[in-house]
Design a protein around this ligand. Structure first.
Ligand SMILES: *[C@@H]1O[C@H](CO)[C@@H](O)[C@H](O)[C@H]1NC(C)=O
Ligand SMILES: *[C@@H]1O[C@H](CO)[C@@H](O)[C@H](O)[C@H]1NC(C)=O
Ligand SMILES: *[C@@H]1O[C@H](CO)[C@@H](O)[C@H](O)[C@H]1NC(C)=O
Ligand SMILES: *[C@@H]1O[C@H](CO)[C@@H](O)[C@H](O)[C@H]1NC(C)=O
Length: 791
């Protein structure tokens, strides 16, 4: 039988081939393909068709093939099953029917079933392959094992393959695996380690069938070919947002025992959507055909992804899911599954190019339509006064339409107000004749549309890439682990979250609409049911701000949030008054964690603050480099300065590092800062000084027992802290008490003891430094939150 088929092949080659193809044929060899799980669903639906396609395309390459469907059942039972599957394969349209019949007949003869259960079975298979190679006098090109199995069987089968089926004489071994590759970072790593003891990384082909979709595979070539149009706009200044969406209409009936342990994030977002995201945002490789470079550039995307936090995701579950879970897993009525069947996640890439650009990944079961796409929506800065339907007024977008949905064919669409894309190579064509259809808000006639001349099944594409060894169409081990490292913390943080329940299909209405709110996302419509008891609970006056006296100075007290609101408003008022009066506002700020909430409030709510007229001074600083995380300036920078428009010249960090050393008396850092203050600040009198108070009642960096009263008239001094880092630079009481306004901020339950003590003690700055704060002509106000005041 083998001989006949080979002769047929030779005949076909001779008929169609030119000299070059024959030369090619001599270099090629025999390929054995083994589908382990060869009668399973995936094999039946896609794999055999894919391998048949491969066979048809390779007939003229000179490679010869044998195909084995492997399974646990004995051969006599499974052979007819396999035969039925194989009979159903079909040729593409361009193959003439007679030729197709011939090819199918050959393919059927080349394929057979083998029981693959024990190590012996694998040994027998290997012996069989070697015997046939020998009998036919063929050189071997390689062996391809496609594991179409549940993931728990991978390690065992990989071990058997390594032990018995490795080819010799320079032929290759390639083993194809399907997701799931683990359940989280640790399990993925474990699986990788276990497989690694049987197979080398270059031998493993981890399939993500999304990478075989024609439009997905075209993302990088499209970006490269249209570089001259895209380079100027593919960045944060022009991109409004990126959306990667896969909507499904199906439920998960029949797959619950698998699905309930995974959910939509593990099933779709961690792999398919993440792969698309990397293709859209990775740096373009110099050489698209270099798998190594492409994989390398893809991996870089992960290292610049900002971590995904809980409030960057929303989850949902279709209503009927619970019942299905109970039915299929025999759980009791009380069992509640929190597994999400819908999720939307907002990611950010921490690169100058994409800073602040929202990247949305969304997928769900039981939605209104089946469709997959990625859309780059660009900002449109044109305002149309009279004719909003004019083409330049419309949304500007590029849509990678993977398939299904209203378009019914895969395509790349570029809205006509962007640019006319370069027409792609021979396998793609431009579509100009349209039936009326709307794609993401635009009629199709508003797009340049390109589509593949022939639609090809993702698996067929990937199978041909396996044979060609094109590893960039597969998931590398590093890529896989990087993706799990990104998703695992989010999955952990969502573990106890209750998904929003949605009815399914068109009835979902706007229930799953999402709102992007800064770095967070949420559902747009609130579905909150508040019971009357909950409404009645909080007493109205809990939001009040209370004013009173503390240590004979003014005091403002409130819950933390209202207190911050009030303090921020008071600082802005002082700033506006100072700017009105003298055109400038001098603000001195202390370090530590207490004012961080205030900084956030100022940065996020006080857009009318006169920052461009504000000078920021430091109340105190630790003797560490400014880049050190412990530096007060570092904290001020991260939480305030980098978020507001303040001129660089107006920022005055303390000179703790001079002559490449920290806070050395002879370097004169303190007098230097004092001089800077005297020169810039009228009468060295700051408009506003914000101080905190430590547990030991220190304020600024003036600590108990450090004779801070003896610093005389100097405004700035080096001081010693009892805690590390010990050395500090600080404004003195002379400087503080010249200020026009001083705020003392005290927050948290932990400060209640201190507040109680301070309410009783007499002024004694050596023992209770904060009692030395007594502005000569200015106003002192204590800002104390209820936690600190009331305990
Ligand atoms: C495969 O099996 C051999 C022993 O038969 C072992 O030495 C080798 O490390 C295994 N793994 C790989 C990747 O070759
Ligand atoms: C691109 O990479 C491929 C595959 O590694 C290689 O064959 C080809 O020579 C490279 N092309 C250039 C221009 O470097
Ligand atoms: C559920 O229970 C039925 C009847 O008791 C049994 O036939 C079925 O195998 C069980 N299914 C699972 C998943 O345990
Ligand atoms: C400086 O302060 C003094 C006293 O407070 C005031 O009289 C004077 O006008 C101020 N000068 C400027 C330039 O603001």
């Amino acid at each position: 039988m083998f001989v006949t088929v080979l002769l047929l092949l030779v005949t076909l080659c001779a008929q169609g081939g030119n000299g070059l193809e024959r030369a090619e044929a001599q270099r090629s060899g025999h390929v054995s393909v083994v589908i382990v799980g060869g009668t399973g669903d995936l094999a039946k639906k896609y794999l055999w068709q894919g391998f048949f396609q491969l066979y048809v395309n390779q007939v003229r390459s000179g490679n010869s093939f044998s195909f084995y469907g492997g399974g646990l059942s004995p051969a006599d039972a499974a052979t007819p099953v396999l035969f039925e599957i194989l009979k159903a394969v079909s040729c593409s349209k361009d193959v003439a029917p007679e030729r197709c019949a011939l090819l199918k007949e050959q393919f059927l003869r080349l394929a057979r079933y083998r029981q693959l259960k024990t190590l012996e079975d694998y040994r027998d298979l290997a012996e069989h392959i070697e015997r046939e190679l020998q009998q036919e006098g063929m050189t071997e090109a390689g062996r391809l094992f496609y594991l179409s199995l549940p993931a728990f069987a991978y390690v065992d089968v990989a071990d058997k393959i390594n032990n018995s089926c490795r080819p010799t004489g320079g032929a290759w071994l390639r083993v194809v695996l399907e997701k799931p590759f683990g359940h989280d970072f640790r399990s993925a790593q474990e699986l990788a380690t276990q497989l690694g003891s049987s197979l080398k990384d270059e031998e493993m082909y981890r399939i993500d069938h999304y990478l075989g979709k024609q439009v997905v595979a075209k993302i990088l070539p499209f970006r490269v070919e249209n570089r001259k149009f895209l380079d100027p706009i593919w960045n944060k200044h022009h991109i409004e947002r990126v959306e990667i969406v896969m909507k499904e209409t199906l439920d998960v009936k029949g797959r619950i025992s698998f699905y309930d342990q995974y959910g939509v994030i593990r099933d779709v977002l961690q792999n398919h959507l993440t792969e698309v995201m990397t293709l859209l945002t990775m740096r373009l490789p110099m050489n698209l055909s270099s798998s190594e470079e492409v994989l390398q550039k893809k991996l870089q995307v992960f290292s610049s992804m900002l971590p995904l936090r809980k409030n960057q995701a929303v989850v949902g579950q279709y209503q009927a899911y619970q019942t299905t879970v109970q039915q299929e897993t025999n759980k009791t009525k009380g069992h509640v599954s929190l597994t999400p069947t819908f999720a939307a996640v907002l990611a950010h890439i921490d690169e100058a190019q994409y800073e602040g650009v929202p990247v949305l990944m969304i997928s769900g079961k039981m939605l209104d339509e089946r469709v997959g796409y990625a859309r780059i929506l660009f900002k449109n800065d044109i305002f149309c006064l009279q004719n909003p339907s004019g083409v330049h007024c419309k949304p500007k977008q590029i849509v990678f339409y993977f398939g299904h949905g209203s378009l019914q064919y895969p395509a790349i669409l570029v809205s006509k107000n962007l640019f006319r894309p370069v027409s792609m190579d021979g396998d793609w064509k431009e579509v100009t004749e349209h039936t009326e259809v709307n794609i993401l808000g635009l009629p199709i006639s508003d797009y340049y549309v390109q589509t593949p001349t022939e639609q090809k099944e993702a698996y067929s594409q990937l199978i041909s890439h396996i044979l060609a060894g094109r590893k960039n169409s597969f998931i590398s081990a590093e890529n896989l682990l990087a993706s799990w490292a990104l998703w695992t913390p989010l999955l952990d943080s969502l573990a106890g979250s209750h998904p929003r329940i949605y009815p399914g299909g068109a009835d979902n209405g706007d229930l799953l609409d999402i709102r992007v709110n800064g770095k967070d996302i949420g559902y747009n419509s609130e579905v909150v049911i508040i019971s009357p008891e909950q409404m009645g609970g909080a007493s109205a006056n809990s939001f009040q701000v209370m004013q009173g006296k503390f240590r004979s100075a003014d005091m403002v007290s409130a819950w933390a949030e209202e207190l911050m609101e009030r303090l921020a408003a008071d600082i802005q008022e002082a700033a506006e008054a100072a700017v009105r009066e003298g055109g400038v506002f001098h603000l001195a700020i202390s370090g530590g964690s207490t004012p961080l909430a205030l900084f956030h409030r100022l940065a996020l709510h006080h857009f009318s603050f006169p920052w461009s007229h504000t000078h920021v001074w430091m109340v105190d600083e630790r003797c560490v480099p400014l880049t050190d995380l412990e530096s007060n300036f570092h904290g001020l920078h991260d939480h305030l300065l980098q978020h507001v428009r303040i001129p660089y010249f107006n920022i005055h960090p303390m000179p703790v590092q001079l002559n490449q050393r920290l806070c050395v008396e002879e370097d004169g850092g303190a007098p230097l800062y004092e001089k800077e203050i005297s020169k810039s600040v009228n009468g060295s009198s700051f408009h506003f000084v914000l101080l905190g108070v430590g547990y030991d009642s220190h304020t600024a960096s003036l600590f108990p027992g450090s004779k801070v009263g003896e610093l005389g008239e100097s405004l700035v001094a080096l001081t010693e802290s009892p805690v590390k880092p010990h050395q500090r630079m600080s404004l003195t009481f002379s400087a503080i008490n010249r200020a026009r306004a001083v705020a003392l901020l005290v927050m948290g339950k932990g400060k209640h003891e201190l507040i109680t003590q301070l309410s009783r003690v007499k002024d004694d700055p050596d023992k209770w430094p904060v009692t030395g704060v007594k502005p000569a002509d200015g106003r002192l106000v204590w800002y104390i939150d209820y936690d600190a005041l009331l305990g």
